[in-house]
Design a protein around this ligand. Structure first.
Ligand code: FMN
Length: 185
């Protein structure tokens, strides 16, 4: 698939199943990620690749995070939360490790990691791999961040779920770029 086709036809795949990307596929996705633009060449991106059993550890963190926020969460909610880590055969967690006190502000460093995630999504699409970018409480929780091995200053940018799209792909929405154009006041 050529680059323009990949860029203009990508859709998210909320339902993913095995098989997940191979080791070689993951290497290619990461190569695409680290070609994202990066003001100051700070290389703020860090990636945690979780597959197989490692996802259960993430499930434990998700439950711990839920209980920190909602101590009375019942068994059903806890199990539903735990299951979120198993929604896809592979997950890449992307985190911005922020260089503080630099002329490049934190928001630009976070955007660079966002661009890296988008590069992975488009590369995955071009390779026939389904992907879904999720955040939610697990991206904004101090506890989760610490459990993932990061400091309070850092920002979890994406839980990128990867696998084989389950069922027919989502149709492309009819969108018109003109709807988003504005004139300079
Ligand atoms: C920073 C970011 C965080 C997101 N977090 C979530 C999320 O937690 N849950 C969710 O269902 N979609 C989330 N999305 C949106 C989906 O990944 C997806 O882009 C959206 O459903 C539109 O589908 P499409 O990518 O096929 O156009 C997020 C997107 C971005 C850019």
């Amino acid at each position: 698939m050529d680059a323009l086709t990949a860029l203009t036809t990508r859709v998210s795949s909320p339902r993913l199943e095995a098989p997940g990307p191979s080791g070689e596929d993951i290497e290619q996705l990461l190569q695409a990620a680290i070609r994202a633009p990066d003001h100051g060449i700070l290389r703020p991106w860090r990636f945690l690749v979780l597959q197989g059993e490692a996802r259960h550890k993430l499930g434990d963190i998700m439950v711990e995070q839920l209980l920190a926020k909602q101590p009375d969460a019942d068994e059903r909610s806890r199990e539903a939360m735990r299951g979120k880590a198993l929604r896809a055969p592979t997950l890449i967690i992307a985190v911005a490790e922020i260089t503080e006190g630099h002329k490049v502000p934190a928001w630009e460093q976070i955007l660079a990691v966002g661009a890296a995630v988008q590069n992975m999504m488009v590369a995955a699409h071009a390779m026939g791999i389904g992907a879904m970018w999720r955040t939610g409480d697990m991206a904004n929780s101090e506890l989760a961040k610490a459990r993932l091995g990061f400091a309070a200053k850092d920002q979890v940018v994406a839980y990128l779920y990867l696998g084989t799209p389950s069922g027919p792909g989502k149709p492309l929405p009819a969108e018109n770029p003109a709807d988003y154009l504005r004139d300079l006041p």
